[in-house]
Design a protein around this ligand. Structure first.
Ligand code: HPA
Length: 248
């Protein structure tokens, strides 16, 4: 049985879960190396919940340098079986304007040069995991139910396009992604989702829309102030949603 009810990975603008009590800090070393920082495990209404800041607690690790394998392995080693990934994104299509929360059901991977599998090391098993539904359908349903129960508006579905970063995209790149079927764009969705599948973890993404992607809004420059301001505003309901998910 999992002794951690839920693990949460925080993205840009979400560096802690303020609602955790009785926090213990774990500096985990995994066979893949060190995660982005300490894993904080605390209690939320009696349930154990783990939190890890994907970019480090001081946002010092860019998307292409994150040790995604170590992050997920650390959570799994501590006993987590379910991971809610918070990902700050840009919105590409109509419903996904700034401050919207979304639980995507598909993704397209445009990243390159990242270690994207547990099969990287000599002697490791060769895995060909099914990835037709990249986010665990039953866990997505739980996330959406928790949001509904607490009156937190979360859009059901959408396709997340994972780009390499750390620069933002050109308008032409976003236009191509729109033609491909992407609704959201972010830099950290992959290889995390694929690795979670290889590790046998339940995994869902809660995307926080911070800005219109390049060429989709009013053509104003996208600034970190805009991104962080919108993430803070959109995150107001997160503690409640996480509590409902941990208790559910
Ligand atoms: N593109 C990629 N990643 C992002 C964006 C974006 O526009 N906004 C927040 N993360």
């Amino acid at each position: 049985m999992d002794d951690i009810e839920l693990a949460v990975i925080g993205g840009t603008g979400v560096y802690a879960l303020a609602t955790l009590d009785d926090i213990q800090t774990h500096d985990v070393q995994t066979r893949y190396g060190a995660p982005s920082g300490p894993v904080r495990v605390g209690r939320l209404q009696g349930r154990r919940v783990a939190f890890l800041a994907r970019h480090g607690e001081g946002h010092s690790i860019p998307p292409h340098k994150i040790n995604y394998r170590a992050n997920l392995a650390a959570l799994a080693e501590l006993g987590a079986g379910r991971v809610l990934a918070l990902n700050t994104v840009g919105g590409i299509t109509g419903p996904f304007g700034p401050r919207v929360l979304a639980c995507p059901d598909q993704l397209i991977d445009y990243t390159w040069g990242r270690i994207s599998t547990l099969c990287e090391d000599a002697g490791s098993d060769v895995l060909h995991v099914d990835f037709g539904q990249p986010y665990t359908p039953s866990f997505r349903a739980r996330v959406l139910a928790a949001a509904r129960a607490r009156g937190v508006a979360v859009h059901d579905g959408g396709c997340y396009g994972a780009t390499q970063g750390p620069r933002l995209e050109t308008a032409a790149e976003i236009a191509r992604m729109r033609r491909d079927g992407c609704d959201l764009v972010g830099m950290t969705g992959m290889p995390e989702a694929g690795l979670a599948r290889e590790l046998g973890l339940d995994y869902a993404c809660l995307a926080i829309v911070a800005n219109w992607a390049a060429g989709c809004g009013d053509d104003a420059e996208i600034t970190m102030d805009e991104v962080l301001g919108n993430v803070a505003a959109a995150s107001a309901g997160l503690p409640d949603l996480v509590a409902a998910l941990a208790l559910g």
